[in-house]
Write a protein that binds this ligand. Structure first.
Ligand code: GTP
Ligand code: MG
Length: 184
């Protein structure tokens, strides 16, 4: 990333959020940054970012979180957009099998576009979102299966979240910041 400095300096971390349309990428960011959730679905077109500051140890970190379009026809982001990313958050919906099966593609696509110096150690995080739905009765992907995928890809940290109920949202972005800092 850029503007990453020593402990006293402000640290800007660029975070890219990827995953199929409708999994809750925008909702997770809105919950994290604005503490708001809406049932309305407004698909994201192109990409936009929000920022939030957080304190980690003696470091003041600014997370610049890039929300992207899951819908293919709205994806117009070139490699320049991904470059300089410090962490990639992959999101799927635990109730939608296809969104889990797409993860391989999102993972590959990110590495291809961002082209990080060391793809094997680049920090990813996987979020299984919408765990609140139907009290868990409509789950299509088990936690075990998700963790197996994470291990296959090289120990990607995994959290289950709900943007609606604000479950593991703060935790997820804290992990993101920590993972990005550690890989400095
Ligand atoms: P694109 O912008 O099209 O890529 O979709 P997205 O991944 O940004 O999904 P978005 O955040 O717009 O959410 C899609 C729908 O799912 C909306 O109707 C949200 O209200 C709903 N939603 C998002 N997160 C959750 C959640 O954790 N639980 C429940 N029950 N609904 C959620
Ligand atoms: Mg969106």
């Amino acid at each position: 990333g850029y503007s990453k400095g020593t402990s006293r300096r402000r640290t800007l971390l660029k975070v890219i959020v990827l995953g199929d349309s409708g999994v809750g990428k925008t909702s997770l960011m809105n919950q994290y940054v604005y503490k708001k959730f809406s049932h309305q679905y407004k698909t994201t077109i192109g990409a936009d970012f929000v920022t939030r500051e957080l304190q980690i140890g003696d470091k003041l970190v600014t997370l610049q979180i890039w929300d992207t379009a899951g819908q293919e026809r709205f994806q117009s982001l070139g490699a320049a957009f991904y470059r300089g990313a410090d962490c990639c958050v992959l999101v799927y919906d635990v109730n939608v099998l296809k969104s889990f099966e797409s993860l391989n593609n999102w993972h590959l696509e990110f590495l291809k576009q961002a082209d990080p110096a060391n793809p094997h150690t680049f920090p990813f995080i996987l979020l299984g979102n919408k765990v609140d739905v139907d009290g868990g009765h409509s789950r299509a992907v088990t936690e075990k299966r998700a963790r197996e995928w994470c291990n296959l890809k090289g120990s990607i940290p995994y959290l289950e979240s709900s943007a609606k109920e604000d479950i593991n949202v703060d935790e997820a972005f804290l992990w993101v910041a920590q993972a990005a800092l550690e890989s400095d």
